[in-house]
Design a protein around this ligand. Structure first.
Ligand code: FAD
Ligand code: 2HG
Ligand code: ZN
Length: 472
């Protein structure tokens, strides 16, 4: 069967785009965190939608499972094949053309393999903002962003990837091409297929192209770091900014003292500019389409009010772009500092803002009581109620042994608290293979069964990224 597949796929792709040697395949077989390594019959590199369709048709005929892959920066092992060596990876990096920037419609039509940063740059050249922004933007691809419904640092103002998408082109499990490339802001013609494919992590179809929204470029951006002493004043600070700055508030990120201490350990040049690394450091960004002065004055007035009411004890406003960038780098480097430290246990969760204080207080207390000395590396997109509530073993303890013994009960404890607060066990990173069991346990019976029904209907042979998200 596998020889059949390889023989037939060479009629679709030039042999240099069919990787079968171990050393050629290796870079595609392990995820970014090096948590999962799989095997693959081949890594396929198509350049057109028609090639993708022909490959998936062949997969359907030969019952070959296919694992779609973009930049391979995902955190849930969704783009890593299993260990059978029978699955093929379909990496879309050669599909990297921008098809059109429609200035009047404020949209960009582009192929799935476009790298996020290059989309931002190309949009800016035409005077537009493409607001999706995340730490992996130099290598993740829009197809992967759509497949995971990625979030990032601008969700507060512009929404997540789903909110930015107007149309899709998808290759279905039988190898047909669905052309939904419409740049419409209204289209109520029955079930929303676009929304079904977004966030489906390659389990329902292969996204080959998309129409995404563009926005006017802001003319001025002001970034500040502010110190808070506890989570209650942090939420109150967010509410103050939401009330006073309304839609000019484009970023509200939270970093705990422990997160920034870890950063400083691995990247000493990234020391917190606030005095004495406070319990919570908040990165706030305002963006404006009016004058520089307007937004700066607004920021100063709000910070003054926050000082006077005791919500913050210290603040630094970035005086230029390079200082603003250094604040953002500090925030983005926490993930890198964690991976240098060791394989921490990640919990990408959302909690309603009104329950965040309870969640943090209760969960911190439970974790500290049960696992004395563990490090809680808690940071995230606070404006969205999205915490990266990550756990590392006590300083000096072996990560591997700690994780082996404690991973499951720690996940259970944290996800139990998430459930008590009516939150979600995956805010923005998706499910992949990492949270397959978690989804089964926490999504709710009815929702889980409906998801399985959809999977069976759209991929009856179970060839699209099997055993990711849901198992059927
Ligand atoms: P991949 O990792 O290649 O794939 C992810 C999933 O999508 C897999 O299940 C894969 O099978 C599927 N897939 C990929 N392409 C397609 C396609 N064309 N059609 C169908 N399915 C497809 N994520 C956030 O949400 N917010 C963040 O702030 C954030 N920050 C990060 C910072 C760092 C340093 C890193 C390394 C990662 C971060 N991530 C973040 C996670 C990751 O970057 C996102 O999940 C991103 O959207 C994945 O894109 P990718 O192209 O790398 O996809
Ligand atoms: C971020 O917000 C990413 O920086 C990564 O989503 C989070 O490392 C993490 O857990
Ligand atoms: Zn994040």
């Amino acid at each position: 069967m596998s020889h059949d597949f390889l023989a037939q796929v060479s009629a679709i792709l030039d042999s240099k785009y069919i990787l079968i040697e171990e050393e050629e395949k290796a870079p595609y077989l392990t995820d970014w965190r090096k948590r999962y390594t799989g095997k693959a019959l081949a890594v396929l590199l198509p350049a057109t939608t028609e090639e993708v369709a022909a490959i998936v048709k062949l997969c359907a005929v030969t019952h070959t499972a296919v694992v779609p892959q973009g930049g391979n920066t995902g955190f849930c092992g969704g783009a890593t094949p299993d260990s059978s060596g029978k699955q093929v990876i379909l990496n879309l990096k050669r599909m990297n053309q921008i098809r059109e920037i429609d200035a009047a419609n404020q949209t960009i039509s582009l192929e799935a393999g476009c790298i996020l940063q290059s989309i931002q740059e190309k949009s800016a050249e035409k005077g537009f903002l493409f607001p999706l922004s995340l730490g992996a933007e130099g290598s993740c691809m829009i197809g992967g962003n759509l497949a995971t419904n990625a979030g990032g640092t601008n969700v507060l103002r512009y929404g997540n990837t789903r909110d930015l998408c107007l149309g899709l082109e998808v290759v279905t499990a039988s190898g047909e091409i669905w052309n939904g490339m419409k740049g419409l802001r209204k289209d109520n013609t029955g079930y929303d297929l676009r929304d079904l494919y977004i966030g489906s992590e390659g389990t329902l179809g292969i996204i080959t192209a998309a129409v995404m929204k563009l926005y006017p470029l802001p003319i001025s951006q002001w970034t500040t770091l502010a110190a808070t002493q506890d989570i209650d004043s942090t939420i109150a600070l967010l509410n103050l900014f939401q009330q006073r700055a309304t839609s000019l508030l484009t970023g509200f990120e939270m970093m705990t003292k422990e997160s920034l201490a870890l950063n400083e350990k691995h990247f000493p040049q990234m020391a917190n500019p606030l005095k004495e690394n406070p319990p919570y450091t908040i990165l706030i960004e305002l963006s404006d389409h009016e004058s520089e002065e307007h937004v700066k004055q607004l920021l100063e007035v709000i910070l003054e009010e926050a000082f006077e009411t005791g919500l913050i004890s210290d603040a630094v406003i970035a005086s230029n772009l390079s200082q603003a960038n250094s604040f953002w780098h500090m925030r983005e480097h926490i993930t890198l500092a964690q991976s240098q430290e060791g394989a921490n246990l990640k919990h990408d969760i959302t909690i309603p803002l009104s329950s965040l204080d309870r969640f943090i207080r209760d969960t911190d207390a439970l974790i500290k009581a049960k696992y004395p000395g563990v490090r809680i590396i808690n940071f995230g997109h606070l404006g969205d109620g999205n915490l990266h509530y990550n756990i590392a073993p006590p300083d000096g303890e072996d990560f591997k042994a700690f994780n082996l013994a404690n991973e499951k009960p720690i996940h259970e404890l944290i996800y139990g608290q998430v459930e008590l607060c009516n939150g979600s066990i995956s805010a923005e990173h998706g499910v992949g293979q990492l949270k397959l069991d978690g989804l089964r346990a926490h999504k709710g019976e009815v929702a889980h069964e409906l998801m399985k029904t959809l999977k069976k209907a759209l991929d009856p042979q179970n060839i699209l990224n099997p055993h990711k998200v849901v198992s059927i």
